[in-house]
Design a protein around this ligand. Sequence first.
Ligand SMILES: [Zn+2]
Length: 92
Amino acid sequence: MQDNEHKQGKKIDITGKRFGRLVAIEEAYRIKEKTYWKCRCDCGQEVAICKSSLLYGQTRSCGCLKRELLIARNRAKRGVKIEDNKLYNSNL
Ligand SMILES: [Zn+2]
């Protein structure tokens, strides 16, 4: 039984494996062909992620990575504005 499952490649145990910021905890649920895994993110949040998304590297965080990138981008923009103000003020 187990050998067949391995040959078909349907059952890959990813318990404890890390995918970016996510660590797979346990199989959460299935929807049709897709298996969702409960994962814990480095930020502490637990999310259910489709296993193929994990294996193909499409999902690497609970979403906090994207949020942090956005915040970093906004900060960079603000930084430019502050620099502009400084220049403006120094001209005065
Ligand atoms: Zn997170």
